[in-house]
Design a protein around this ligand. Structure first.
Ligand code: SF4
Length: 387
């Protein structure tokens, strides 16, 4: 695997002498229908879009002071592309009126392939959106049917073409692997097809089945069987090798960029403990060791804001040791890894570090501990073992 070029925590493009800028996330919690595997918070209730927008504008006002300037704005969901250009214009106008953004801000909008007509894409460009994350998921019709997606392979292909023709050069495709309805050969073909569009970024997620989803219930009743850990591992390794062979940098467990500087700037903030503000139901925020998250209900969110209350569902203040552990956990999800001095100085921690490097899970390079491809497979267990 290629190491990343910078060898530092700074992939923001600002140079290492400036603290990272904050990121802004807006959760647009509406979908046309609920996908059976989806654990994100979203509701298929388009009638709520208008009243919800009014309260989002109130929430923006609550954070006018204290954040920014931002250099990333991520409109995620849900399905932000469900909103019309006039609705998105209203949100963007409010955000720009009450927050400061750096001139080179990366503005990402998540889109469903069914929603990206050429006219819509031109409207998005005029709004300043400069990065589109398309929820393609697969280029195999059987896999799309299994995933309950509302778009076809043809829709996905046309969507990528339209996005490119509209002049977006920073495109990310979301893909899902790791289920029986998509055999390994079909997954490889999806990857080859995705690469044929030369997207700057690919997010390849292993299907994880959460209990609260429809798939989760199917698994509990024996109606669906997940891949075995060995099968899932094979899919992961094939994905990583194949995309790196195409010149993509596998810079985070699920994320690939080509060229290297097309990392997802917004997500990079999550992995680097940079400050971020999240607006909308279920959105999370983090600043100065404090994390808070909004309520996971559109109606409660609206009711609280209509009473001029913050729609916060919970807060946690992380202690120094929690912050350190979390920084290691997040850092070891990325090829940048963490500075070696983040690993505990005790004999035991150092001997475990040696053990993991000898076994090929980690490598030490330029004063940093980095997971290898094999290390990504066990990234969830590394911090507890090392700290
Ligand atoms: S479109 Fe996306 S957010 Fe909406 S239900 Fe499907 S996976 Fe979840």
């Amino acid at each position: 695997m290629k190491p990343l070029g910078t060898g530092s925590d700074d992939l923001t493009g600002h140079g290492g002498d400036r603290p990272p800028s904050a990121g802004l996330y807006v959760h647009i919690p509406f979908c046309r229908q609920k996908c059976p595997y989806c654990g994100f918070f979203s509701v298929p209730s388009p009638a709520l879009i208008r009243p919800w927008m009014k309260t989002l504008l109130k929430e923006i006002l609550l954070y006018e002071e204290g954040f920014g300037p931002f250099d990333s704005l991520y409109l995620g969901g849900g399905t932000p592309s469900l909103l019309s250009i006039p609705e998105l214009t209203r949100i963007m106008t409010h955000l720009r009126a009450h927050f400061q953004f750096r001139p080179d801000t990366e503005i990402t909008l998540e889109a469903n392939p069914c929603d990206v007509s050429p006219e819509k894409l031109w409207g998005l460009r005029e709004l300043g959106v400069n990065r589109i994350s398309l929820g393609v998921q697969s280029f195999d019709a059987r896999a799309l049917a299994f995933l309950g997606r509302r778009h076809t392979v043809r829709d996905a292909e046309n969507a990528v073409r339209h996005v490119k023709e509209a002049g977006f050069d920073n495109i990310s495709l979301d893909l899902i692997y790791g289920f029986h309805a998509q055999p390994l050969q079909s997954w490889k073909e999806t990857l080859h097809q995705a690469v044929s569009f030369a997207p700057a970024h690919l997010s390849c997620y292993e299907l994880t089945i959460e209990n609260r989803t429809y798939f989760g219930k199917l698994v509990q009743t024996g109606g669906l069987s997940p891949l075995s850990p060995d099968e899932a591992r094979t899919c992961f390794l094939i994905t990583s090798r194949l995309l790196e062979a195409y010149g993509y940098t596998h810079y985070e467990i699920s994320s690939f960029a080509r060229p290297e500087n097309r990392y997802a700037r917004h997500n990079w903030k999550y992995w680097r403990h940079a400050p971020y503000l999240g607006l909308g139901p279920s959105a999370h925020s983090f600043v100065n060791g404090r994390r808070w998250w909004n309520v996971r209900s559109v109606r409660t969110y609206m009711a609280l804001l209509n009473r001029d209350e913050r729609p916060v569902g919970g807060v946690e203040d992380l202690t120094e040791s929690q912050l350190r552990l979390e920084a290691v956990a997040l850092g070891l999800r990325t090829r940048e890894g963490v500075a070696t001095d983040r690993i505990g100085p005790s004999m035991e921690a150092q001997s475990r570090l040696s053990h993991l490097t000898d076994a090929g899970f980690l490598e030490i390079c330029n004063g940093r501990v980095r997971p290898t491809r094999k290390g990504f497979l066990v990234a969830d267990y590394l911090p507890a073992y090392l700290c």
